[in-house]
Design a protein around this ligand. Structure first.
Ligand SMILES: Cc1ncc(COP(=O)(O)O)c(C=O)c1O
Length: 389
């Protein structure tokens, strides 16, 4: 390069998975045939009504033009209906919903729309690494708040309230929580809303796992006063097996949504119309798909428990979402050690907890997105490796 990269890029590194996938690809070219249990990209299909809608509408002549920046009315209406049906939340589809190309880009749009350099962002430790990298890119200051195993990965309100919250502008929360699978009770949502009102910050609940192995799906927006201080991201990636389609949205009060649109409309243009049609179909007509997914994930979860039993890892049986999170046995020094041992010696990749923050250091994560025969094969490889040691 004849020029230097922008300074802001000094604060982010290439995504862990991007690097690890290159290592896995190299091992595969050496004939290792690695089993990848690390990444949470659903292997199941969206239902045929959704795919049909995409096919039919993309064959029409009038569907290929630029689309509205704020999304088609019919999609925003379906998002509002979905919020009513799923979480008992009323949203005005004309102003309180904004379709996004996945919720990950929403993290960037929200950060760029609201953060200035001296602002503090509260980020969960452990948590989704994108909250950190995007806050860094936006030039804000990150303050991690602890989620700990001995508190069931709940927010520690005593610790939070005793910290200086004055310059906090955004607090990221994510329940059902990735990577721990923890859920949140109503009381915590209520306390969070009070805290945000008191200290004038915005809570963003990142909610892509609410429909997976989760008793009663919740939205923070269902709680009194939430719209004043909270936004919620959601997505079809995991719930409807549409990760590659890049369809998500943000919901909340119109002032927040129009501020985000001010940024977003300068970044990209509206979503391809057939995708919007298919997304609307997914939201309106796929209860059976979600039900079927959950049956499959429950069966796979039992196999993942067996893998963790082999590895002497401890886990909670009540985890929600697409992953199982488990604690290392005492005799293993770090998550990276176990992950590298399994990768090199058993040809199985699982995710080390340290990539989600220091509180994840002694944990590992397995994704439920492989077929049962793949988990069975991983079990055999791990047993063989353990027998040799
Ligand atoms: C907690 C969390 N938020 C957001 C995302 C991004 O999802 P999407 O595909 O909607 O961009 C992920 C994906 O892994 C995630 O785990």
């Amino acid at each position: 390069m004849i020029i230097q990269q922008a300074e802001k890029l000094n604060f982010v590194s290439e995504y862990y998975f991007s690097l690890k996938l290159q290592e896995i690809a190299k091992l595969n070219t050496e004939g290792k045939n690695i089993i990848n249990l690390g990444i949470g990209s659903p292997d199941l299909m969206p239902s045929s009504n959704i795919i049909n809608e995409l096919n039919v509408s993309s064959l029409q002549e009038n569907t290929h033009a630029y689309q509205s920046y704020k999304g088609a009315d019919f999609l925003r209406k379906e998002i509002a209906n979905f919020y009513k049906k799923t979480y008992d939340v009323e949203l005005d589809f004309t102003s309180e919903v904004l379709p996004l190309m996945g919720s990950k880009e929403g993290i960037m749009h929200i950060s760029m729309s609201f953060l200035n350099p001296a602002d503090i962002v509260l980020v969960p430790n452990p948590g989704y690494p994108t909250y950190t990298s995007v806050s860094n890119l936006a030039g804000a200051q990150i303050r991690y708040y602890n989620l700990r195993e001995d508190k069931n990965w709940d927010i520690d309100f005593d610790e939070l309230e005793n910290s200086d919250l004055e310059k906090v502008k955004i607090m990221w929360i994510n329940y059902p929580h990735m990577p721990t699978g923890a859920t949140i009770d109503n009381e915590s949502y209520i306390k969070l809303i009070e805290l945000a009102k008191k200290h004038h910050f915005l809570i963003v609940n990142d909610n892509p796992y609410s429909l997976i192995l989760n008793g009663k799906p919740k939205s923070i927006l269902a709680f009194e006063g939430a719209k004043e201080v909270a936004l919620e991201l959601n997505s079809l990636s995991k719930s409807h097996n549409m990760a590659g389609w890049r369809i998500g949205w943000v919901s909340g009060a119109s002032e927040y949504i129009s501020t985000i649109l001010k940024f977003k409309s300068n970044m990209d243009s509206g979503m391809f119309l057939p995708l919007q049609k298919a997304a609307a179909e997914a939201l309106a007509n796929s209860d059976f798909l979600v039900e079927q997914n959950n049956k499959i994930y429950a069966q796979r979860r039992a196999l993942v428990f067996e893998i963790f039993d082999l590895l002497n890892c401890k886990y909670s049986q009540n985890q929600a979402g697409l992953f199982i999170w488990a604690k290392l046995p005492e005799n293993i020094s770090s998550s990276e050690v176990l992950v590298n041992q399994l990768l090199q010696n058993a040809g199985v990749f699982i995710t080390p907890g340290f990539i989600f923050g220091s509180n994840g250091e002694r944990f590992v994560r397995i994704s439920l997105t492989s077929k049962p025969e793949v988990f069975e094969q991983a079990k055999v490889r791990i047993k063989n490796f353990l027998n040799k040691n």
